[in-house]
Each structure stands twice: as C-alpha cells, then as structure tokens.
Design a protein around this ligand. Structure first.
Ligand code: PLP
Length: 369
C-alpha cells in the first residue's frame, strides 16, 4: 500500500465503528446485537411476494411520503414532523452534518452508543463526554456542562444502551429547556418500555429543539432492511429532508416493506409484550445464577459478573462463544465486568442460562466434549 495519505486529518486518525459479530454460516444463538428474536409481521412476507418489479424501473419516491404518512398517523403527528432514513444511523449522520459546525462540541453521556463519537469525528466536531452516575442516571450538572461547552447538539439514548435505564419525560423536558442546542433522544429501544404512557412524540414536535430517533431494526424485526426515522418540529426536520439527505436515501422496496411493518401495530405490540415477559424471566434467571442485573426497559440486560465468580466477564463471553452463543462484551472501563445480553426467545434464553451456569460452575472455558 502506498504511504501517501489522502484522507482528511480527522479521518486518518479515526478508528472505525466495530459492530457486534454477524456470523453468516455457523448456527449460533445470537444475543449480541439486540435484534428481534421474532420475524417481522407476516404482512411483510406477503408484500415481498406481491412486489411488482416493474416499479423498480423508476426512481423511488424521494421523500418516502407514504411511509412518512403511516409513521405520522401511528404517532399522531403531521407528515412534516417525520423524516425517513436509511436506518436510524443515517439520521444520526444527517443531524450532525445539518446542525453541527466542524470544531463545535457535541454532548453525550459516557458510556453511550459507540457510533456517536465516530460520526462526530467524521464531522470534525469535538466530543463532550459526560460520565453517568454509578446507577446510570444523568449527573446533576449535565445541562450546565453541555451549556459551558456550547454543544450544538446532544445525544441521549433512552432507554439507555447498554444499561436499559429509562429517563422520565419530565427530566428530558427540563433538559431540553436548559440547553441551547438540539437534544437528540435516541429511542431505538423505546418499543420495549413497559409504561405505555411513556411517549415523547408530542413533546418533541411542540418543542424548539428535540428530535426523536426511531428504528425498525429492533422492535419491528427488520435490522436487515435498514429503515429508521426521525420525529421533530418542522424547522428541524425540513433542512434534513430537503437539503442534506441523499435524494433517494430509501429504495422503493424498503419504503414499501417498512410501511407495511409499521402499519401492523397489533403484531408489533404482541412481539414487544412477548419480549417484555421474557425479559422478566431472563432477569430473574441471571440473578439466580448470582449475576447482578440492572432493571432494563429495553430488549437487553446488562449483567455484572461478581468478583467471586471464577471466570471474568470476558472469559464468560469467550466460553459462551465457544458454545455458539454470542453475547456482547465491552472493554470500556466501566463495562469490563459486565455482559450485555439481548433477550432472545424463551428457548434461546434457556440455552444461555444452561451454558452460563455450566461455565460458572466449572470455572473453565474449555468446550464440553
Ligand atoms: C440500533 C440502534 C440505532 C439504530 O440502528 P439502525 O439499525 O441504524 O436503525 C440507533 N441507536 C442505538 C442506540 C441503537 O442501538
């Protein structure tokens, strides 16, 4: 490889995002990237079967109007309050390129979704990282630090990843009113919140500075399709929708399938309820094994391996992997004694519990013969 470098300085020094492992051949129990353990609505299968390929001759509808109208009706907002994006991740990138100047600060908690600092560095902006309290709540001086750094944009994941902790609506409303920049509330996991009254959409669309991120990757079993959307007041949605977005960011197939999946709220809600029930069971089972589990409002659990366990969290992660069960391990200093485990089907969760128990008892990661 030539030693001559052509990338911008901020790109050259950037380490890329490291996604969770995605094995494509070996049969594994995959509890590492918070995908749904259940397929998406069967109506999506019908829509694929009946998709008229004749339509692919043409460019797709540029602003995904039908999908946006469906999302608007699901959330009882106007279509102008919604932008459809290539996964929630594209929305994150659009927010940064539209609202953050190179050299400006972007606020976030620590730990948080590890893509935020990377996208911030690509925009050549600076990360203002604010450590969460020991119980994963926001520190009391959060908004004053954001204000002192004049953050043009702040990311909050709610429910939080990787802890699953939920910040209440009033705290977020206060936070948004205390800061000058945009507050992005990343609701990738909000579908799994137990309290049905938790709903920030009206707060967001009536605010000056709140944008919500939603995705079909987690709650709708469509991580492979790559569709997400943003909800916010029109003055924040409009510049992304009409200026910074790629002209045809969502292909015709994605637009149609995502619309069908989102419209089938009854099916989606039954899946979320199933996951919540399994979450309760899995939490209890992990606690019975001696792990400390933080109460989660999401589709994953963050489990702490106690110091008296003969195997470290990392060794357990590796031992499970040798047994074809993938969970997520983070080397982050506050997470290295923990495992993040996606709630699977009851059968997958039982397998996990069985192998975890065997590993913790044997104190060795060697594969069973
Ligand atoms: C999964 C996830 C997203 C969005 O993912 P997409 O697949 O791009 O929609 C955003 N934020 C967090 C915290 C996530 O876990």
């Amino acid at each position: 490889m030539s030693s001559k470098r052509f990338e911008r300085h901020n790109i050259a020094k950037l380490a890329g995002y490291v996604p969770g492992e995605q094995p494509f051949d070996a049969p594994v129990i995959k509890l590492n990237t918070n995908e749904s353990p259940y397929p998406t609505s069967p109506k999506v299968q019908d829509a694929i079967a009946n998709f008229a390929i004749e339509g692919l001759r043409r460019y797709p509808q540029p602003t995904a109007d039908r999908f946006r109208a469906t999302a608007a009706s699901v959330h009882q907002v106007a279509r102008e309050n919604v932008i459809a994006t290539r996964g929630g991740d594209e929305l994150l990138r659009l927010l940064l390129t539209t609202f953050v100047d190179p050299g400006a600060c972007v606020g976030m908690t620590d730990p948080t979704y590890s893509l935020y600092p990377i996208l911030t560095a690509i925009q050549d902006a600076l990360v203002t990282s604010i450590p969460l309290e020991a119980d994963w709540s926001l520190p009391h001086d959060f908004s004053s630090v954001i204000t002192a750094h004049q953050c043009q944009l702040t990311f909050i994941v709610n429910p939080h990843a990787p802890s699953g902790r939920l910040i209440d609506q009033e705290t977020l409303r206060m936070l948004a009113s205390e800061i000058d920049g945009i507050l992005v509330i990343d609701e990738a996991y909000v579908d799994f919140v137990s309290d049905e009254a938790h709903d920030l959409t009206q707060l967001a669309v009536n605010s000056d500075n709140i944008v919500l991120l939603r995705t079909l990757s987690k709650g709708y079993g469509l991580a492979g399709l790559r569709v997400g959307y943003g909800i916010g007041p029109e003055h924040l949605i409009e510049p992304m929708l009409h200026k910074t977005r790629d002209s045809y960011n969502l292909d015709a197939i994605s637009q149609q399938l995502a619309e069908v999946a989102l419209a089938d709220q009854a099916y989606a809600k039954s899946v979320w309820e199933r996951v919540r029930l399994s979450r309760t069971d899995l939490c209890r089972d992990l606690q019975a094994l001696g792990l400390q589990v933080f109460a989660s409002e999401s589709n994953f659990l963050l489990a702490t391996v106690p110091p008296e366990c003969p195997l470290s969290a990392k060794a357990l992660y590796e031992g499970l992997k040798a047994r074809h069960i993938l969970v997520r391990y983070f080397s982050h200093d506050r997470l290295q004694d923990k495992l993040r485990i996606t709630v699977g089907t009851d059968q997958e969760n039982a397998h996990l519990r069985h192998h975890l128990a065997a590993l913790m008892q044997s104190g060795s990661v060697s594969t069973p013969t």
